[in-house]
Design a protein around this ligand. Sequence first.
Ligand code: SF4
Length: 389
Amino acid sequence: MAATEVLYEDYVDELKLDHDDVDSLLNKVKICSYLVCCGASVELESYPVHDRDFRTGNSGLQLSVGTPLLRALVPFFYMDEANPIKLRGDYATRQAVIEYAGKELFEVTIVPDMETGNENINLEFDTLIAAIPEEPYGMRSCCYHRAGNPCAFCILGTKNVRLGPEDLVEAYERISIERGEEPQVLLTGGTSSARDRGLSKYVPYVKELRSNFGDSRVAIEAAPPQDISCLDTLIDLGMDTFAANIEFFSTEARDSLLPGKSAIALDEYKDALAYCNNAGVRTFSAVITGPEDKAETLKAVEFLAGIGVPTNLLCLRPFHGAALQNHARVNPAWFLEVTNEAVRIMDRYGVLEDLSHTAGCGSCGACAMEMNLYRISRNAKSGDDYSLL
Ligand code: SF4
């Protein structure tokens, strides 16, 4: 896809919404895809100002799109008055409607933000997410940003982060009490040039959390270590899920869009993910659609499925500050089509179900579509026709 101006109306046209049956399930699925790829114009009364930790930008308005089975996260960076898909309502009542061309399509429910007590820990749906510093209360960065060759979609940057293991425990306790159930946890952060590629920074957080909350489910999203035994401490501490994101598949895309990170060979991902699976740790890997053609993206999904690893299939979201910031937003109809094929591959290899059991982003899927399709197909009543999904 070329770096062209977004033609939102064309994207909506290509979704082929059913204008006679506007609140059909299929329309809701299509709008979910639109929201995650392109965002929306947001007109919400009493919507609070955000001072969130944007990390790679996946912070936003959390929506249940007409049914609890469908989730979408409208990134804060993709709230734009020029967008013809509008979300209009009242944050205080949690109710809103999706409109297109002045016509109401269907109702959605807003999942309220919850204060975690720390500006660097966000709650997105069921998951506490934090991008942690290299040392507690120290700098957060990545060796590729420091070397001037960050991944082309990344806006992590370098920042002093007031966050330590005890803050995570406090946030976890607070959210558990408020929600009446324990959340999941996803920890991420930059890569390091050390042999563990930065895995050791997660250890004090996992140790502290699991010694206070023995059943807590923690996902670590990180690069595979050069020395695979560097995973052992986290495995022994009870890490639930390890996500090592290959991002792209073709050598061309990996070299150009991951100018630093592409030095980590796909085989290193394969070995680390297999090592975790053999140790009983769940795994997934994020793949980004958009810059590569569909065939390459599906090869990535098949490569991962072939080693027993499900894919969290994301659309490219080139936020301001990333090298790809001017890249066109991904076409939602195309994203849905690619996800549909990816879901079939994962189902064929029996790994789609595994994704639903992972901790962190994989099982939530609000930034993607595969878990939405999974939830719908698994909840289909006999006689429902979801063959278009
Ligand atoms: S490895 Fe890439 S995506 Fe991850 S923090 Fe570093 S530059 Fe960003």
